[in-house]
Design a protein around this ligand. Sequence first.
Ligand code: AMP
Length: 190
Amino acid sequence: MINIALFGVPGAGKGTQAQLLKEHFNLCHISTGELIRQEIRGGTELGKKAKAIIDRGELLDDAIISDMFKSELKKNIGGNGFLFDGYPRTLKQAEIFDNMLKELGLKLDCMVEILLSEEESTKRILKRAEIEGRSDDNPETVKARFEEYRGKTAPIADHYKKLGLYKSVDGFGKIEDIQKKIVEIIETLR
Ligand code: AMP
């Protein structure tokens, strides 16, 4: 079993890489952003509240997102492993996540950061907006998402560096080249 967390600024390519890696290693991909978008599409109470927050580019409540994440995680234990995408995203979530894994008898093997400048990722997000039409992929929301990232998410990298679980790849370049680099990292963990 191998458990990898993908990390990086919005638009760094976590979702794209997760899709490819999921197939390569036959892993279960859990994207908290996707879980929330499912709630929104389903028109649930949670989805309605979440939509306003997402559209402002802010992060959802740590406890709510962690409960959502945990139930998805528990449903999928028993496979080859997990690719975590978009969680944990705050230091509080990292603390909840670490305890959750311990409780469930799991461990994180590596956090892989896809490094990309805000300038380049903004370009990618605005391009994605034309294709996918995500309501949070517009210039104002993207700016707010970067602020949230800088203030609340980026500090997590240090936490996992201290635990010796952090690695990074350059996210600028061809999708398949970046994938190759992440595959190499994962191969060294097996
Ligand atoms: P993503 O698809 O990962 O870019 O996430 C889209 C949006 O969902 C984010 O901008 C947040 O508003 C929300 N979101 C996703 N994951 C989390 C998380 N772990 N904690 C809080 N909010 C989240």
